[in-house]
Design a protein around this ligand. Structure first.
Ligand SMILES: *Cc1c(COP(=O)(O)O)cnc(C)c1O
Length: 378
């Protein structure tokens, strides 16, 4: 049997391996210079003042919400068309999540729906750049700020994407990345919080590091001695080790190559699938330049399950991204009901992610297209 083609996977080269080995041979496995190097390279790439590396994209979201001191009584308006962590990390801090529907073409949070969902308790609007296509950040920022809330951009899919000519990372009040192996670059596990606000950066860094306050000028009891460090607010250990930062930094230097190979594969899919009936292909709005994380098609006429099963049994690891978040039992048990975001639910019913990653070859991609046509035409 031919090997399973996954929907996404990492690409590791000799330089990545050497970068990790050199950290293993050095003096710091964690809290060392590779962390600073990765954070400053990410900040430069994203054109943002501060970058705080963390242990996952989920940790990044938790840290971003904690940095804005989200808590009980607060509300977060977000999209249901995302990985559960965008919403569940707000729940972890005691906040209430309010789901607003998505736009029909991009499956990104609809600014008008977000606006309608806001109340005097809304502290954050959390948008997701679905598949790598940036959300309507200008409109969302305006809506958030008009309601006295912050804009958080979950950019787990869109590292390297641009919106009106600027890279994602410094476009929202807080931006979060994920470096899971299927994402646009990887550190095995990892993530980052990016911001231009010095206060949010300081609070994020402190939460990521167990809440420790080391600067005597900021301590309540500095007289206890030069060894003294103290905790004022709850924090967790969400550090990203030097070993993983070295991998991430090496991968970051390959981002432009990943980005162009992903674009090439997406252009080939668009061309090869353009005439195939029963499919709807993804679109990009003119003012964005996505680094495509997912190639998300819509399978029409109620045939998504049939196409999923047909491709899976042909060894093609297609995936469905995502279950509307409030369909998860966690949210059902909190009282959320189906039907509240019909555009997102219609998207979910048809969505299918085809294999997309830098090391996918043209002939492997041809095989995906051939099998997809066979199932649809059969
Ligand atoms: C992957 C992902 C996350 C979580 O990132 P992890 O690194 O897997 O914890 C959050 N949000 C979105 C949209 C994601 O795709």
């Amino acid at each position: 049997m031919r090997p399973l083609l996954p929907y996404g996977r990492h690409s590791i080269n000799e330089d990545d391996i050497k970068a990790v080995i050199s950290v293993l041979e050095g003096g710091w496995l964690t809290t060392g210079p590779a962390v600073d190097a990765f954070e400053s390279a990410l900040a430069t790439q994203a054109e943002v003042a501060s970058c705080i590396s963390v242990s996952s994209g989920t940790a990044a979201l938790h840290t971003a919400y904690a940095a804005m001191r989200l808590g009980s009584g607060d509300e977060v308006v977000t999209t249901p068309m995302t990985f559960v962590a965008t919403a569940s990390t707000a729940v972890a801090l005691g906040a209430r999540v309010v789901f607003a529907d998505v736009e029909e073409d991009t499956a990104n949070l609809d600014p008008r729906a977000a606006e309608a969902a806001m109340t005097s308790s809304t502290r954050a609007v959390a948008a997701v750049d679905y598949a790598g296509h940036p959300a309507e950040l200008d409109a969302l920022r305006e809506v958030a700020h008009a309601g006295g809330a912050l804009l958080l951009e979950d950019a787990a899919h869109s590292v390297g994407s641009t919106y009106r000519g600027r890279p994602v990372g410094g476009l929202a009040d807080l931006t979060t990345f994920s470096f899971f192996p299927t994402k646009n670059l990887t550190s095995a596990e990892g993530g980052a919080v990016l911001t231009n606000h010095p206060d949010l950066a300081r609070q994020a860094r402190q939460f990521r590091t167990v809440g420790l306050v080391r600067d005597p000028a900021l301590q309540r009891h500095p007289e206890l001695g030069p060894w003294h460090q103290e905790v004022h607010e709850l924090g967790l250990n969400y550090r990203l080790a030097d070993v993983l930062c070295a991998l991430g930094n090496s991968q970051l230097s390959r981002l432009a190559t990943f980005r162009s190979r992903r674009a090439e594969l997406v252009a080939r899919y668009q061309q090869l699938l353009g005439e195939v009936p029963g499919l709807r292909l993804p679109v990009a709005r003119p003012h964005v330049d996505p680094t495509w994380h997912l190639y998300a098609v819509r399978v029409l006429e109620g045939r998504r399950r049939e196409v999923y099963d047909g491709l899976r049994s042909a060894g093609i690891g297609v995936q469905v991204n995502y279950l509307p978040v409030y369909w998860h039992p966690l949210f059902e048990d909190l009282g959320y009901r189906r039907g509240q975001c019909p555009v997102a639910e219609a998207f979910y019913a048809e969505q299918l992610s085809l294999p997309l990653y830098p090391d996918l070859t043209n002939s492997e991609q041809d095989r995906v297209v051939e099998e997809l046509r066979r199932v649809l035409e059969g």
